[in-house]
Design a protein around this ligand. Structure first.
Ligand code: GRF
Length: 203
């Protein structure tokens, strides 16, 4: 049974996919904390509906460099989190936070990295005109969407009419990929060798 901490900034549908995976007994884990940087985040309602403790950590309440990350570390360490999932978390993770959870922090990105890193990845893919994009779950490192790749799912987007349709097309695959990955983390471990990641089942 792993203890999961989730960081989100928005509607939290990826957060929901982990909740659903736990309910379906695919994930042998418990979400012990949701941390949001935005009091309007839809993810909060999902935490409330599922009895998950949530914490609103706003930049305005944490003046100074690193203060926000230190507060988040306090929360996650206090809950003895084993795995930190960035699920639509729109901030860059600073040294204070990353240093405490390196190798235990994953992010989901709505493109096939290293293509289209950063913001609006779906729009980047649509405007570039690629026929196939998708999503990537990776370990978080010091860079932006540059950590070792854990899993990717390819999605055909060649017939999408706009960036919104690309986002809608990819999103369900993000949920499937996220749910599978967190389930794997709950039943084994991912070994990182350089840029390569391999899975070993059995904790
Ligand atoms: C997802 O597309 C995720 O890949 C990106 O932002 C979106 C968040 O969606 N980082 P949600 O908050 O999980 O619904």
């Amino acid at each position: 049974m792993i203890k999961i901490g989730v960081l989100a900034s928005g509607r939290g549908s990826n957060f929901q996919s982990i909740i659903d995976g736990i309910k379906a007994k695919e994930i042998d884990g418990q979400i012990v904390a949701l941390v949001v940087d935005n009091p309007e985040a839809g993810a909060i309602e999902r935490a409330q509906a599922n009895g998950i403790p949530y914490f609103i950590v706003e930049k305005k309440d944490c003046p100074g460099k690193g203060a926000m990350d230190r507060r988040i570390v306090e929360i996650l360490k206090g809950k003895k989190v084993d795995l930190v999932v960035l699920a639509g978390y729109m901030r860059i993770v600073g040294r204070e936070l990353l240093g405490k959870f390196k190798g235990k922090m994953i992010n989901i990105h709505p493109a096939l990295l290293p293509s289209f890193p950063g913001l609006e990845a779906q729009k980047q893919a649509f405007e570039y005109g690629v026929k196939v994009s998708g999503c990537t779950v990776h370990f978080v490192d010091e860079g932006t969407d540059t950590g070792p790749v854990i899993e990717q799912t390819a999605v055909y987007i060649g017939d999408c009419k706009d960036a919104h349709e690309v986002s809608e097309r990819i999103l369900p695959y993000e949920h499937k990929t996220m749910r599978k990955l967190v389930a794997n983390f709950s039943k084994g471990r991912y070994i990182v060798e350089g840029r390569k990641v391999r899975y070993e089942s059995g904790l």
